[in-house]
Ligand binder design. Sequence first.
Ligand code: SAM
Length: 290
Amino acid sequence: MTERISTPSKTKQIIEENGFFFKKNFGQNFLIDSNILENIAHCAGITKEDCVLEIGPGIGSLTQVLAETAREVVAVEIDSSLIPILNQTLNGYDNIEILNQDILKADIDAIIEEKNSGKPIKVVANLPYYITTPIIMDLLEKERHIDTITVMVQKEVAERMQASPKEKEYGALSIAVQYYCDAHLDMIVQPSCFMPRPKVASAVITLQVLPERKVKTKDEALFFHLVKSAFGQRRKTLLNCLFNLGKLNLSKEELTSIIVSLGWDERIRGEALGIEEFAALTDVIYQKLY
Ligand code: SAM
């Protein structure tokens, strides 16, 4: 096995030799535990058939493990000061392409088309925590050809992604993720596994993208609009959240009758509703509006 980039001593050496400074605004916390890295590749179920998109390779610790398990890896890194370092640390591998780009601006569809003939790829990343949700939502909402997404995120975010109705962590992110995927919590990772150490614990979660949405609704935009407004003011009842939304132009009486017609108490809160219930609410409101 080639020397691991991820050991604490090797990571320190690479950083010092290159005069690299961690940039907080890019969420740079590098993994320094080789077992965790092997485990991430294992949880992602990567085989030699797979093309993997890695977001934020850093100095290449995870990229190295991915390159040894996958057919090909495309690694997108925003920090240009890391590119010469990556070219050096991953020098021995001929199945890695490094792109110096912001993942939120990268043409992911073109990467999938070029590298995997449009067939679904796997996404694997130790995500920069400051943009976890925008990255995940970009990958899901744009219906890209993606098979699975295995990512390190803050533990609390992983819990939100897989929370069920009435749980403390349940919210708009839980519904958005579970609308497109089956979510599975793979492992909890302690701050001591990173350099520098983050303040909170992290977790690896795998999202298996479903061939079809979890539920069908008459209007997907309205569905997400209702979900966002129901969780926007958590302590308010669903009725008040919908009424305050204004845009619906429905009176309190009309909204109450919609809620009651669905068999719910008129004081119900959004956090009690599952994906199916939000879909049913969407369809009744849609019929009333159009
Ligand atoms: N994969 C490495 C590891 O596990 O050690 C580094 C992970 S570090 C948490 C996040 C990485 O994402 C950093 O290298 C950071 O520069 C990069 N990054 C931050 N924002 C990015 C963006 N918008 N697009 C691409 N990469 C980004």
